[in-house]
Design a protein around this ligand. Sequence first.
Ligand SMILES: Cc1ncc(COP(=O)(O)O)c(C=O)c1O
Length: 452
Amino acid sequence: MKVLLEEAARRSIAYRSSIQSRSVAPSAEAIAGLSQFVEVLPTQGSDPNTTLELLDSAGSPAAVAMTGPRYFGFVIGGSLPITLAANWLAGAWDQNAAMHGVTPAVADIEQIAIRWMLDLLQLPDTAGAALVTGATIANFTALAAARDQVLNRAGWDARAQGLFGAPEISVVIGAEAHPTLTKSLGLLGLGQQRVATIPVDSQGRMQVNKLPDVSGPTIVCTQVGNINSGAFDPVGDICDRVCGANVWVHVDGAFGLWAAASRELSQYVAGVEKADSWATDAHKWLNVPYDCGIAFVRDENALRSAMAITAEYLLTESSGRNPSDYTPELSRRARGVEVWAALRTLGREGVDDMVSRCCRYARNFAEKLSAAGYEILNDVVLNQVLVSFGDKATTLAIVNEIQLDGTCWCGSTVWQGRTAMRISVSNWSTTDEDVAESLAAIIRIAESICRD
Ligand SMILES: Cc1ncc(COP(=O)(O)O)c(C=O)c1O
């Protein structure tokens, strides 16, 4: 075991040490090398060292340098070194992080990580939380609590009776809601299309004056950090507008909620603390390894009553906090350890610096691309930049060429009818030099394609 694990660490360190210099996208040759994995299920076992050897020699070259400093696709954080180290150690512990009585160490560490996040994100310190796989399941978890609670207030026990015969729930979402939010509504039996959709402005923000008058059980889904523009719904105003009724306001803040941790950006999330629940990711802007999302619910009991289970064989009776009282899963990995390690190592100042720095780089991308004659389609308020290089075909050709070039990686999108290149700066290790090098590659490729 010792030799195998030391070899795994050596190979992992070699991979991470190469991340700065390697092509962000894997070469065609490396992709072709994946054919080495195609073999029949072995009948006999084999030396584990040969399995590790194959994984590294054929797998590592084909891995996308997502964790590197010039990966600007989707919204992808790279794991901070301490979070990878904590992940290795917690992996060695291999705890089933469900119940405090069974695994007190990871249950206590997770509780501290939650308390620190509530503090950093300026959310109510009494809120309950669930550490789940990502913002998709965080949205699902928070909305499950929302559904049960608004029905409970209307005299219906959804947990026991389901939705057949239940009072109707009105669901309000913005026209720019992330598809994982609508997916969650579908999974919860609330319907992906049975919603009132509120128009948005040019940045994708819900227009408060277009909110319907609400009555009866209602869930209003807002968003901070639009996946394309980075824009923030005016959550505080929305909460003020609907308060008093049987309304639950949810915030999807997969990455945008972290603006609260930056002195420079926290103005954008002013008022979010008035909501009833929040979903976010740690594997995006906190730069912990995949996967880790968090659902926060103001009324801890609402989350517990939606999620907690027990059985004779389970040790749920405990003086400590059982993670499984708050999550859809029972068995789960100890993802709170990496969150705790990131927060302890960075501190308040470190998180502020990481988030603010990414946004400064995004502004730099926008300024330089605009100066080079290309159109920036969004107000760059956060870490997202949308660039048009002219018509759809030209923009897509440039995005494709950038991905093949390997200096950096940017994706494409359609923003309010216009095809654009998306640049998302979310990685802890990105530097001024990485931005300059990426800008040079983008402008070089754009000039050559526009010239042809
Ligand atoms: C606003 C928003 N919500 C939800 C998600 C889904 O997050 P995850 O892929 O971590 O489940 C994303 C992903 O980018 C997002 O930006």
